[in-house]
Ligand binder design. Structure first.
Ligand code: ZN
Ligand code: ZN
Ligand code: ZN
Length: 370
């Protein structure tokens, strides 16, 4: 069964068709993954070499093309909402799908569509052209409905509980990978069905924002960046806290941590409808630059979250889309001192009618662990 109500799905498809017309496209081609789940409720068992694709035309009702052996699953999930047609092995699915497209039409297509399917469509419909959804219509899934916000809030709370519990495990003397596996179990214990990442960056490894977790043994005096998240009841969590191993963090570590905390708070305080996404990035960056560490903040300030843990909108210079109530994204400034340590603080924030609301609420103070 679909995790979404028929009314919710119908509303999404209707809005997508409107936005498609506004974007000057003839329709959307939605393939298995988060986009298909979002619009049809159908989590196709696997992305396979067989074509499954939902067409949302700008003007007509949507049609889902599935391989015959998956028709029953698709009908069960999509709940009769979408017209389903199927194809059998031995037929040319691209020709069948192509017949539903306008010759020389322009279509938005799911980012994660595999090359083999896009190439098949291009061969069948050489006059048509295609644009990645993330560039043609990046805000398609960005505004969350009430039900989605509830689930994102629940996922955030579960991640908060996992963090509070991981602070009780010993860090010193254990490998990063062991602490990471504790975090993964805690996320699952608190209802996550999928763990996307449990990154544990100790000492110099913390200065690499995308360090995962390795063989390094954590020792007293280390700063440790913990960044973890996954999927609970279909929606994502993603939070970061930085902790110190020992009782008394040295002054420099406290100062860098405090600067990141202030940057995160300032960016949060700037959240309200109508503000450009890039402004959130600028606000965080300014605080860190003013503190003298501008060159060590080496990534964008945040990314959207929903059915996946990284999606539009991006809080990055040049992103001029404006915040709207219901958008949900991370605010995660950091400072990375090569060869030494890193600090990052990340919360998921939902835009409200007049500001922002954090979906992660554990303390921002520099926690100490043993
Ligand atoms: Zn990342
Ligand atoms: Zn993160
Ligand atoms: Zn993140």
């Amino acid at each position: 069964m679909s995790p979404f109500s028929p009314a919710e799905l119908a509303g999404r498809v209707e809005r997508a068709a409107e936005e498609t017309r506004a974007a000057g496209l003839n329709g959307l081609i939605i393939t298995p993954g988060p986009d298909l789940l979002y619009f049809s409720g159908y989590a196709s068992s696997a992305a396979t070499e067989r074509l499954t694709a939902l067409l949302i035309p700008a003007e007509d009702p949507p049609v889902l093309l599935v391989p015959k052996l998956e028709t029953a699953d698709a009908k069960g999930a999509a709940g009769g909402l979408v017209k389903i047609i199927d194809w059998m092995d031995g037929m040319d699915p691209y020709a069948i799908f192509g017949e539903m497209l306008l010759p020389a039409g322009r279509y938005g297509i799911s980012d994660n569509t595999s090359a083999v399917h896009l190439l098949g469509l291009q061969a069948a419909m050489p006059e048509s052209s295609y644009a990645a959804l993330s560039s043609a219509m990046p805000m398609l899934r960005a505004v969350k409905g009430p039900e989605e916000l509830t689930r994102l809030g629940d996922a955030g709370q579960a991640a908060d509980q996992a963090y509070q519990e991981v602070l009780r495990v010993p860090f010193a003397g254990r490998k990063e990978a062991e602490v990471a596996s504790d975090l993964a179990s805690l996320l699952r214990k608190h209802g996550h069905s999928q763990v996307d990442f449990t990154s544990v960056g100790s000492g110099p490894n913390g200065a690499n924002p995308h360090h995962e977790a390795g063989e390094r043994v954590i020792s007293p005096g280390d700063v440790v960046v913990l960044d973890f998240g996954g999927i609970k009841d279909g929606y994502g969590s993603d939070t970061t806290r930085t902790v110190f191993v020992g009782d008394e963090p040295p002054a420099e570590i406290r100062r860098v941590h405090e600067l990141v905390r202030r940057a995160q708070q300032a960016a949060f305080d700037a959240v309200r409808p109508g503000v450009e996404c890039q402004e959130i990035d600028r606000v965080a960056r300014q605080v860190i630059a003013d503190g003298g560490y501008g060159e060590y903040f080496i990534h964008r300030t945040g990314h959207g979250i929903g059915l996946t843990t990284h999606e539009p909108p991006y809080m990055v210079e040049g992103e001029t889309h404006t915040l709207r109530p219901g958008m949900c994204f991370s605010i995660e400034p950091g400072i990375y001192l090569p060869g030494r340590f890193g600090v990052r603080i990340e919360d998921i924030v939902a835009v409200t009618e007049d500001g922002g609301e954090r979906l992660n609420n554990t303390s921002h103070s520099l926690a100490t662990v043993s």
